[in-house]
Write a protein that binds this ligand. Sequence first.
Ligand code: NAD
Length: 365
Amino acid sequence: MVETTTSTTHAPSLFEQISTMGHENVVFCYDDATGLKAIIGVHNTVLGPALGGTRMWVYENEADAVRDALRLSRGMTFKNAIAGLNLGGGKAVIIGDARTQKNEALLRRFGKFVQSLNGKYITAEDVGMNERDMDYIAMETQHVTGLAESRGGAGDPSPYTALGTYVGMKAAAKVAYGNDSLAGKKVAIQGAGNVGEHIIAHLEKEGATIFVTDIYADRLQAIAKKYKVEIVGKEDIYDLDVDIYAPCALGATVNDQTLSRLKCQIIAGCANNQLQDEKRHGDACLEKGIIYVPDFLINAGGVINVYSEYAKLPNEWVVNKTESLYDACLEVLKTSLTKKQNAQEVAIAIAQKRIDTIAKIKTVR
Ligand code: NAD
């Protein structure tokens, strides 16, 4: 049994969480020999198989890992739906340190669990995973994407996630300033990882002023050698006088504490689950006049690339589809302002409408 904190903390129980979020299936994967502890969340398969990456992370406790798997898989349902892909939403988390605990046996054992779902869940890369890891998983299951280009896969999704995030930032600038140029705009990037670096490259090309933070000093030094950026402290990122705050690390960084500090007009980054509470903090952004670009929409470029591998579509399709996120963001942000409704809710409603409509035609014989 994983969730053990309910009676003392009054946190929702495991089954309450599953019921509230509407998951179809949650699988707990445990293997003594390899030390594997993983959770696969299959949220919704109306539009197609549940596709979403596997994250490897050191969680403070198992309940946090469960919550992450549930929230991330639900996010994938909306992301795949709003991006117009024929995919449902799923996600997996492996509990552990990707720098020290990852090995062939553990990954292949995880692959066996993915295989046991018979294609209901298709995995891919996420934080803590890379193409080589996908190769190991692929030794045990065919339900894996994000393989290296040399293996016929679509390769690293990060450049496309970054492209989508960049055009989403521009759409937000258009709504905020009437002009989508980011030249001279001050942007704070939290997390100089795979995606963060590609975003920095786009921003530098356009002439933005870039501030960046990360938890790894070596990573920051490498970025500062390649790009014109100002390195700032991990906590200082929230107090900067910037136009755009871009969460590009982990989730829940838009919360009561940070919202009282942030001075930006736009929140637009690639991280998943940026709002600690979708309702409360989405509403708070609206009230404070901050344009928040829904995370699952702005960061859909990566899954668009992954989908191209699954559906065998060319790179040109990936680029066009990712660039079209500009118009999708514009539509959501304009509707949010006109209806005075939190942007995350607007985006979810658009995604849910597509799922509901397609569910109806699926029952037609
Ligand atoms: P990554 O692991 O390469 O980069 C994340 C970076 O954030 C790392 O350098 C890490 O050190 C840093 N970091 C972690 N905690 C931090 C903190 N508290 N403050 C500052 N920096 C911190 O991951 P990535 O692939 O670049 O993904 C970044 C985010 O975007 C994740 O939330 C991921 O789920 C999301 N995302 C990624 C993709 C993709 O294509 N890779 C697609 C969709 C969403």
